[in-house]
Design a protein around this ligand. Sequence first.
Ligand code: IPM
Ligand code: MG
Length: 406
Amino acid sequence: MVDEKAIQEAQEKFGKLLRKQLERVEVLKGEGDWVDYSKLDKLIIGVCGGDGIGPYICASAQKVMEFLLADKIKAGKVEIRQIDGLTIERRVEVMKAIPDDTLAELKKCHVILKGPTTTPKKGDPWPNIESANVAMRKELDLFANVRPVSVPELGINWTFFRENTEGSYVMGSEGMNVTDDLAMDFCVATTQGTERIIRLGFDYAAKNNLNYVSLVTKANIIKTTDGKFLSIAEKVAKEYPQVRWDDWFIDIATAKLIDPARRSDFRVFVLPNLYGDIITDEAAQIQGGVGTAGSANLGKRYAMFEAIHGSAPRMVTEGRAKYADPCSMIKAVALMMNHIGEGEKGRKLEMALDICCQFERKLVMTGRDTGATGDEFAQYVMDTMQRSDLESAWNGYVEKAKKAAQ
Ligand code: IPM
Ligand code: MG
């Protein structure tokens, strides 16, 4: 016997979910333009450490950020604000992904540096509250998750534009157990949400003379939402005749990232949320691990910069938190510099990171007391950034590595 009552209850719940999404579409239709940071009297940067190793690696990265912006901080053009309350304990206390007072503070900032936060999953000791990351992306409408991966000696220079507010994530906590035997989740694509991420990817490819975009979906199977992603790409691509583009299914794209004959051709990827989540971990691994990759979460009004990995609570319980590698968070600082119009500082920081993490490695992070602490490493990066031969040293290392890779 089919459970008619369960169907009816699910329909009612589904109706409410649809209403919420349609209301979101209306908001998206009225969306404003990008904030022009150069026109602000003062740029406000919020810093929230998060959970586990988050506060440790975030503090090390903050030192680098304050070092880079020292002049502007002194001149009152930049203000750094510490924002508390994004810890799992506090979130559980108020049973919210982001406590209201914390969210209000975040909304007073322009950009945010955020450490990893613990995301409870079914079976964890914590109640199954929504991920703080996902909530922040939604609340601040950070629709573009931009994740660069580069391995110069292998010719790898990829930038992933992951859609960050829709797909399988937007209703990830609103799936339904229709009956004990039937569970359903939902995947969402809106015209507005899809168009803006695809346009940003093409724009980036055009402005940076990369002129090649690979669109990744599984539109042969997930025909409606991924199908929409693909058909909107076809439309947007016409606005960028100078940008070559192709489309890939996520399975084969994942394989091609480890195909030495093909992977160095790729430049810009644009993809729905979940595929972007998965493939960017793979890409980061090719670069040296998720600990080496930073992530920019961009919206037109707000921007948030973070590591791409989790909060590693075990390192804290084992007393090793101060040895956690801050490179991903320092990379996030470099992405922040590029975003706030301090591209030259971002570029120098990226070169220093390459030298410290890949090439010279005068200090090594092992995650325990056999290696450097996060603060020591941050200092090493700052010292390297000040080297007068920074650029030529970086070029030299890359050339050497290229030869070795041949
Ligand atoms: C990421 C992370 C997050 C995500 C988690 C922590 C919610 O994996 O930023 O890639 O799935 O987006
Ligand atoms: Mg991820």
